[in-house]
Design a protein around this ligand. Structure first.
Ligand SMILES: [Zn+2]
Length: 67
């Protein structure tokens, strides 16, 4: 009886995940259209005009709530 880890499947999953994002970029990032800075994709908001970072999205939401 063996509990060999399916390393091939794991490796395949890793490779496809990397390709699904930005190939060649280790950390997925984008340029925020609101502040113009490079930000991480995590927590960003996609708009029709582009992407905004999490901080700008929060500020935008706060402005919308206040108005
Ligand atoms: Zn921003």
């Amino acid at each position: 009886m063996s509990f060999a880890y399916p390393i091939d499947e794991h490796r395949f999953r890793e490779t496809t995940e990397r390709q699904a994002q930005c190939p060649g970029v280790t950390m997925p990032s984008f340029v925020c259209i609101a502040c113009g800075r490079r930000a991480r994709v995590k927590g960003c908001k996609r708009l029709t005009t582009g992407r905004i970072c999490a901080a700008c999205h929060q500020a935008r939401e706060a402005r919308r709530a206040a108005a």
